[in-house]
Design a protein around this ligand. Structure first.
Ligand code: SAM
Length: 291
């Protein structure tokens, strides 16, 4: 197997195909073999797993996934990588590569079609320019057992942040609604070519099977969450009144009281159960209509 993480191997390989990195496509390739190995190991990939990889690049993580998984389906947007991937991962019979933009995929349909009888997982060293939309699509697809991704460290910290901490925000709630995140390890900038300006980190999001909260209307719930963080430094009542103009200031204060919360509470201190109670109060005032 070609050691694509060995820079003495990688540079001539890229040069022989006249390949130049595309900044616009978020191409920072791994040059530290321990990283793709650790991602595949810590994600718990085994022969029962069907793994969706996003952005295989020249294949360091793809190799490690193919060595362990029942099947790997890798989605890559840059067709210039075709001849290189043929050399680095072409020998794996459990690999299928889709030359597409992952944002245009129907992920649940793909998972149903490609991984029958397997435990679906997603693994990726994500292109950082679209981390949030890709991660959101993977979680909203609600079809994976786990989603293990390398992202900017600061994003990983936001994903796993607890209520009351500086990193806690709407994206933390969004991720923790669908999954239980665990920060696995940091990856320094020198592990990539070209080097990114930031430190990266790997986070594993184990998807929740049954949501431990009663949330009847996800739309209202996420609207409450967005409104609660939109005016971070202000009291929750101000954020709610502005995110739900139909409530007005008085209505927002009533909702907060009816949800059993103190009038001076701030969104950054609330957990999912509290946001759920607020959403339920708002819906009950609207007769459960949702909007
Ligand atoms: N997995 C490789 C590694 O670890 O060395 C490459 C990771 S690199 C950070 C991100 C990869 O995602 C690149 O190969 C890039 O071409 C690909 N990519 C960027 N945007 C994409 C998109 N919208 N859909 C699919 N792949 C994309």
């Amino acid at each position: 197997m070609i050691d694509v993480c060995d820079i003495q191997v990688m540079k001539p390989l890229l040069a022989s195909h006249g390949f130049h990195f595309s900044k616009a496509k978020g191409q920072n390739f791994l040059i530290a073999p321990w990283v793709p190995r650790s991602i595949a190991e810590e994600a718990g990939v085994d022969e029962g797993a069907g793994v969706l990889e996003i952005g295989p690049g020249i294949g360091p993580l793809t190799q490690q996934l193919c060595l362990r998984a029942g099947k790997v389906c890798a989605v890559e947007v840059d067709e210039r990588l075709k001849p290189i991937l043929k050399e680095t991962v072409g020998a794996f019979s459990n690999l299928e590569i889709l030359w597409q933009d992952v944002m245009k995929l129907d992920i649940p349909a793909l998972v149903r079609e490609k991984f029958p009888g397997l435990r679906p997982m997603a693994c990726a060293n994500l292109p950082y320019y679209i981390t949030t939309p890709i991660l959101s699509a993977l979680l909203e697809a609600k079809c994976f057992d786990s989603v293990t991704v390398m992202v900017q460290k600061e994003v990983a910290q936001r994903i796993a942040a607890e209520p009351g901490s500086a990193d806690y925000g709407a994206f933390s709630v969004f991720c923790q609604y669908y999954a239980q995140p665990e920060l696995l390890f940091d990856v320094p900038a020198h592990c990539f070519l070209p080097q990114p300006k930031v430190t990266s980190a790997v986070v594993c999001l184990r998807m929740r099977r049954d949501l431990p909260w009663e949330i009847e209307n996800e739309k209202t719930f996420f609207r409450v969450v967005r409104a609660s963080f939109a005016m971070r430094r202000k009291k929750l009542a101000n954020g709610l009144a502005s995110g739900f103009p139909e409530l007005g200031k008085t209505g927002a204060a009533e909702v907060i009281a009816a949800a059993g919360l103190d009038a001076s509470v701030r969104g950054e201190n609330l957990g999912i159960p509290e946001f759920a109670r607020i959403a339920a109060e708002i819906d009950s005032r609207r007769g459960g209509m949702g909007e």
